[in-house]
Design a protein around this ligand. Sequence first.
Ligand code: ATP
Ligand code: MG
Length: 278
Amino acid sequence: MSVATPSVRSLSGLVARPGTASTAVSAPVKIDVDRMNFYYGAKRALDGISIQIRANLVTAFIGPSGCGKSTFLRSLNRMNDIIPGTRVEGTVLIDGQDIYTPGVDVVELRRRVGMVFQKSNPFPKSIFENVAYGLRINNMARSKAELNDRVEESLRQAAIFDEVKDRLHESALALSGGQQQRLCIARALAIRPEILLMDEPASALDPIATQRIEELIYDLKKTYTIVIVTHNMQQAARVSDHTAFFWLGRLVEYDRTDRIFTAPAEKLTEDYVTGRCG
Ligand SMILES: Nc1ncnc2c1ncn2[C@@H]1O[C@H](COP(=O)(O)OP(=O)(O)OP(=O)(O)O)[C@@H](O)[C@H]1O
Ligand SMILES: [Mg+2]
């Protein structure tokens, strides 16, 4: 199927208006992607992506299955590097530094840019050890007391501490799906990333667990820059400040979430958010 390439509206070109919108537009740029192409072997999965993701806001990626949302998300902490035959063109700057430049410490990059996956993936260890693991391998706790404090703090941040405080040394695999997902968020937060990438973090959860994750995202953006992939339009509208709409490997439109959902510039965006295509 061929689709004309629409022009991408840039947030930086918008005139800030009073109220929340001006705050959103003037937030500093955390991730600056310029003309990125991404290939799996000979197949191009992302085509000329340019986007500036703002600090301490929630940015949602939406678009139909296979349009490249996960590929793009993974390219932001070089998680795609582990897939043989992949190649990136263009630049990805985080705090002004090119993350694909030779010599970048990828382990350190992934510490700064944490990731939570669609399917929660706790280690087959205790609840405590799931969160302590990253602290230990990164030498981030100098004493047992500090380790305990950091584990508790992370579990509290992920809004799960009260549910697990009496069974920290029991297996994480005995938790419910929603609890496991929050544990994985605690695990990601423990090593104090600056950016949290979330790939459909609530897609397997019931409405109550989903609501808890959404409340959590809202709280976390005070401290973190959050990028979330979601297929749920209501969720994107509820949790995000900015929304990027992807289609066939291209970024069609990127704007304040309220505009994307009420007055998008592109017909394709309108058709997608109103459920007429995709
Ligand atoms: N490991 C891989 N090897 C080869 N091609 C891949 C790989 N992963 C994804 N692709 C292809 O890249 C394109 C984008 O896939 P991606 O998973 O990024 O889409 P998505 O928007 O996240 O979709 P969904 O909403 O279904 O999760 C698809 O055509 C997919 O088949
Ligand atoms: Mg995906």
